[in-house]
Write a protein that binds this ligand. Structure first.
Ligand SMILES: [Fe+2]
Length: 620
């Protein structure tokens, strides 16, 4: 936040007409987010990066050098803010900044959990650096959700002392979502320590209470975590509001909840003061197709919300929540001059003009500033330590591997399982029963079973995936260089692609490969290894789609438009091969995500989340 101390006297002098303003916006139809009015014929005087005067007549602030813009009655409001977004996804912050500005988002509250899960504190520092000097304001939160489950997790994280040390950084405003809410309700020592330290320094801690209700939800709130972006309907929203929580209504790539919440808010006349919009993350196609917070405002208005109320949720409420309303979230004297101009709010809330800190960043709907690409250190582009693999590394053997003529299984599912070659009945029948991970959606899983044929060497032979929809799924350690991997079975991916894989997953640092044959699985793994990160598909030994993600294996270093094209190519390719999901990238992303039920896979094994235990891929 730029310091105000040096300019206080000057701002007062401008407001009194003793020294001139730099620019005046005339004839504004102002969204007044403290009164709920829309005030016509308003004039706004700006001095340096702040607003000096707001009222009917700014002529007393006019001087020979003052520039004046007549907005001819256009609507004007504060810059939009996204209170919870993982901007360490898909594109570099410098690339995302331009897209956000075009949609009127001038402040981003970033939770760089993906970067920290791969690179720890060092990566957080790097991400702080990358967020500075951009034409959009990026406020960082220290990721609070790692490790997701210490029993099974393979992620890096920031220890309490590290989190505390960055608190003094002016760009750090608090702690990011603590999404394993049971760690709070179970009083996990490390989690409580983090909360305690953050509260001690008066920090905001973002919440994540998916599925919590009643006594458990109340206990979570008792910890001092008072926000959530997980409500998916009105009932969950109102239960949290009644407990004093702030709600970020999510409208992003992974979930779109707004239309399930806003209509009842309007019909029930629910107070709006503690409601915000957030994205939680946007893929390149989503922001280009729908927009960002401007789309949320537009949607809310189309559902019947008053224009000024929707704008208030997108602006003032965010800064009230973060305790930053002295500086941001309203067009008023003394505040930073983050201002949006809308040509026709009956049609769109995408602004034609965007001013950030008194500087015009967007004019006539186009960026007026060039945002240079970020300088990226080499070390963070070399995070894929998976050894080269071969087709045979993806075999799942059904026969017990005997070491001394005895019948003991040498491999159990779990962290000591080496290659995780699986045990089962030794003198097996021609088919065995496999435990499968069933994809109910891209995100929701269940435990299933399938009959798998066993060949003469004891290897399981997948039935044709195109017909049976049974696949192999592999999780390969990608940062430790251990060669550890787990191979299991998956159902419900759909289609006939050879293999599809990604180095970006929540948040276990495993390369996830889904395949109908071992050769293509090996091809994708080696391709991702060679690219040092990315998402790719292979068929008949040929790469058919590839999106390199060189920054920590999770973010592309390419320009936005190229990433958009590669993202589209991945989706089109999977669709062409018959994948049944609209967002196939979410499948490898969520397969290791230990914060969700019911079955997940990491390089340590397949995990039944509710039971908290490993599952063998072949039923005993
Ligand atoms: Fe999130």
């Amino acid at each position: 936040m730029p310091p105000v101390a040096n300019t206080i006297s000057d701002l007062i002098k401008v407001a009194m007409g003793r020294i001139p303003a730099d620019q005046i916006l005339e004839n504004c139809n102002l969204f007044s987010v403290y009164t709920g009015e829309t005030i016509p014929d308003t004039q706004i005087a700006i001095y340096k990066d702040r607003i000096a005067y707001v009222g009917p007549d700014a002529s007393h602030t006019h001087g020979p050098e003052t520039s004046t813009v007549d907005l001819n009655g256009r609507h004007v409001g504060p810059g939009f803010a996204d209170p919870h977004i993982h901007i360490d996804q898909f594109v570099m912050p410098s690339e995302f900044a331009g897209e956000a500005l075009l949609h009127g988002v001038t402040s981003l509250f970033s939770d760089p959990i993906d970067v920290v899960s791969v690179t720890g504190h060092k990566g957080f520092d790097e991400f702080l650096r990358l967020g500075r000097g951009l034409p959009v304001r990026i406020f960082q939160t220290v990721p609070g959700g790692l490790p997701v489950d210490p029993r099974f997790s393979n992620s890096c994280n920031m220890i309490v002392e590290e989190a505390e040390s960055v608190r003094n950084n002016p760009d750090v405003v608090g702690m990011g979502e603590i999404f394993s809410w049971t760690k709070v309700t179970d009083c996990d020592v490390r989690t409580i320590q983090s909360i305690y330290k953050m509260r001690e320094s008066d920090c905001i801690i973002n919440g994540h209470t998916a599925g919590a209700s009643g006594r458990k939800l109340g206990a979570y709130v008792a910890s001092g975590i008072i926000s959530c972006h997980e409500p998916i309907n009105f009932d969950q929203t109102i239960e949290r509001l009644r407990l004093g929580m702030w709600i970020m209504i999510r409208e992003g790539s992974i979930r779109r909840d707004l239309k399930h919440i806003v209509p009842r808010i309007l019909s029930d006349r629910t107070y709006l003061d503690r409601l915000m919009f957030c994205s939680d993350g946007l893929d390149p196609a989503s922001i280009r197709r729908h927009g960002h917070i401007d789309y949320c405002v537009q949607q809310a208005v189309e559902l019947g919300m008053r224009h000024v109320d929707a704008v208030t949720m997108a602006t003032r409420n965010v800064f009230d929540y973060y305790g930053m309303s002295r500086d941001l979230g309203v067009i008023a004297p003394g505040r930073l001059a983050d201002i949006l101009v809308f040509d026709d709010v009956q049609k769109s809330f995408r602004p034609s003009k965007v001013i950030v800190g008194g500087k015009t960043m967007v004019s006539d709907g186009r960026l007026t500033v060039r945002i240079p690409p970020s300088k990226i250190p080499q070390w963070i582009k070399q995070t894929v330590a998976t050894p080269e693999v071969h087709a045979r590394d993806f075999e799942i053997r059904s026969a017990v591997q005997r070491t001394d003529g005895g019948g003991d299984s040498v491999n159990q599912a779990g962290p000591d399982s080496g290659y995780c070659r699986q045990d089962a009945a030794a003198a097996g029948p021609d088919t065995i029963t496999a435990n499968t991970i069933v994809l109910k959606t891209e995100i929701v899983t269940g435990l299933g079973s399938a009959e798998i044929v066993v060949d003469g060497n004891g290897c399981t032979a997948l039935p044709s995936s195109a017909e049976s929809d049974v696949w192999k799924v592999a999780a390969l350690d990608r940062i430790g260089g251990t060669g550890r991997r787990c191979i299991g079975f998956l159902e419900g991916f759909g289609g006939s692609i050879g293999a599809f894989g990604s180095t970006w997953s929540f948040h276990e640092n495993d390369m996830i490969i889904i395949g109908s044959n071992d050769a293509d699985m090996a091809h994708v793994a080696n391709h991702l290894r060679q690219k040092q990160g990315g998402i790719a598909a292979s068929h008949n030994g040929r790469t058919v789609a590839s999106m390199p993600l060189q920054f920590a294996g999770i973010i592309s270093t390419a320009p936005f438009d190229r990433v958009l094209e590669e993202f589209g190519q991945i989706n089109r390719t999977l669709a062409d091969f018959g994948c049944r999901f609209e967002h196939p990238i979410l499948v490898p992303l969520f397969l290791p995500f230990l914060a969700l039920p019911s079955v997940r896979i990491t390089s340590g094994g397949i995990i039944d989340i509710k039971r908290g235990e490993y599952v063998n891929p072949i039923a005993a």
